[in-house]
Design a binder for this molecule. Structure first.
Ligand code: BTN
Length: 324
């Protein structure tokens, strides 16, 4: 797998021109026959690679895959995604990252083309067929565990901002961190934490974006609430380009808050708030409540007005009752 990746990296790096079989074999430290084997493996994945006996190899067209070489060649971040681990299929990228996050550097990224055991918040399943973006990312901020909810808000802000800037779609946030377009959920975030009493060891942010899904790819039970960016945008979105863009937005948000605190982030979250003033029903660990959403306080808790009384909700799942 590593050599196939390296072959792709070299072919990507040479852009318009050919790389000779001899050069490839030298740089990879393998025989010309072995080079040919990796080229064949890449072709099988959908890469169009021209092979000329005289000139060598040339990458003509690439499929929309999320192979690390595809991500790395586009990244403009300093440390987010410096280490990328790829699965064509995995149970859950969050579960994989939790196994290694303590040892691996901050910013390690795991992604999968397909998840068969994708998990959502509140112990729900997360449907993860080919075409979406299913990624997990680790951060190790030197902060108290009580700050973690605000870092989840950060991730929601970054996803929303990236969607807005990359596609022009009017993405909004449904508290705490669902991203909606045209009233349908297109992305969700599952944050998991390992911590001591007074400090975070690591956070794993699992980001699921229904990027290039057809509505028919979604189970019938979800079709009313869930949507996809492709359906709203009207065309497929290049996934590796979008992911590289998202990681840059996310790293900038993170850097800014490490240096300057959560002020700007809370302000951005409020700007993207799609539930403020709406009648909502919230499933909380203490039971269901119904009222009018009033936005978030400085800790990231949702304020809801219930029968004229303001209540703070720290965790829960919101549904909007009326559409207005
Ligand atoms: C939610 O809205 O309930 C959160 C959904 C989070 C889904 C992502 S996809 C990548 C990562 N791996 C998982 O198993 N879940 C998260």
């Amino acid at each position: 797998v590593a050599l196939k990746e390296k072959t792709l990296e070299i072919l990507r790096g040479t852009k318009a021109s050919y790389v000779s079989g001899e050069e490839l074999s030298k740089r990879l430290g393998i025989s010309r026959a072995a080079v040919w084997k990796h080229v064949r493996a890449l072709r099988k994945l959908g890469y169009k690679i021209a092979a000329s006996p005289r000139l060598g190899y040339h990458l003509v067209a690439a499929p929309d895959l999320l192979l690390p070489a595809e991500i790395k060649s586009r990244l403009r971040t300093r440390y987010l995604g410096e280490k990328v681990i790829y699965f064509s299929e995995v149970s859950s990228t969050n579960d994989e990252l939790k196994k290694i996050a303590a040892q691996e550097p901050e910013g390690t990224l795991i992604l999968a083309e397909v998840q068969v055991g994708g998990r959502g918040r509140m112990a729900r399943k997360w449907h993860s067929p080919f075409g979406g973006l299913w990624v997990s990312l680790s951060l190790k901020p030197k902060m108290a565990p009580s700050e973690a909810p605000k870092l989840t808000l950060m991730t929601a802000v970054a996803v929303t901002k990236a969607i807005r800037e990359f596609t022009g779609l009017n993405a909004v946030i449904k508290w705490p961190n669902d991203v909606l377009v045209a009233g349908r959920k297109v992305a969700g975030i599952l944050t998991e934490m390992a911590a001591e009493a007074d400090r975070i060891d690591y956070l794993v942010f699992g980001i699921g974006i229904n990027l290039n899904l057809k509505l028919a790819d979604l189970p019938v039970s979800l079709r009313k609430e869930a949507g996809s960016l492709m359906a709203e945008y009207g065309a497929p979105i290049p996934r590796a380009d979008f992911l590289a863009y998202l990681l840059k937005v996310l790293e900038d948000e993170y850097e800014y808050l490490l240096e300057s605190g959560f002020g700007k982030l809370l302000q951005e979250w409020r700007e993207y708030d799609g539930t403020r003033g709406r009648r909502v029903q919230i499933e909380t660990p203490e039971g269901k409540i119904e009222g009018v959403a009033q936005g978030i306080d400085d800790e990231g808790s949702l304020i809801v007005e219930v029968d004229g009384e303001r209540r703070r909700v720290r965790s829960g799942s919101v549904s909007m009752i009326t559409s207005s």
